[in-house]
Design a protein around this ligand. Structure first.
Ligand code: SF4
Ligand code: SF4
Length: 79
């Protein structure tokens, strides 16, 4: 089984707390640009999505820091 990180777009407010938590934990700074998770705004829809960068473990720190519980780890069967 592999876990991967997904997002419930209905719950995400774009606050970037997840990215701040990741960057602080791994780089010692509150800088969302350094995080392994990137929050992207879809301008027309007004919704947010995430991109996970190379280097993500995944450790679940971002999931635990999300105030709206928008992040979810999904279990995927090995192929
Ligand atoms: S799972 Fe861990 S390493 Fe990956 S983006 Fe979230 S906080 Fe960063
Ligand atoms: S996933 Fe959660 S912590 Fe990250 S931007 Fe969306 S609401 Fe904020």
């Amino acid at each position: 089984m592999n876990d991967y990180l997904g997002i419930d777009q209905r719950l995400c407010t774009g606050c970037k707390t997840c990215a701040l938590a990741c960057s602080f934990n791994y780089f010692g700074v509150f800088n969302p640009e350094k995080a392994y998770i990137k929050v992207i705004r879809h301008e027309e829809a007004g919704t947010f999505d995430i991109v996970i960068k190379n280097g993500c473990i995944p450790c679940k720190i971002c999931e635990e820091s999300c105030p709206t519980k928008a992040l979810i780890f999904i279990q995927r069967e090995e192929e």
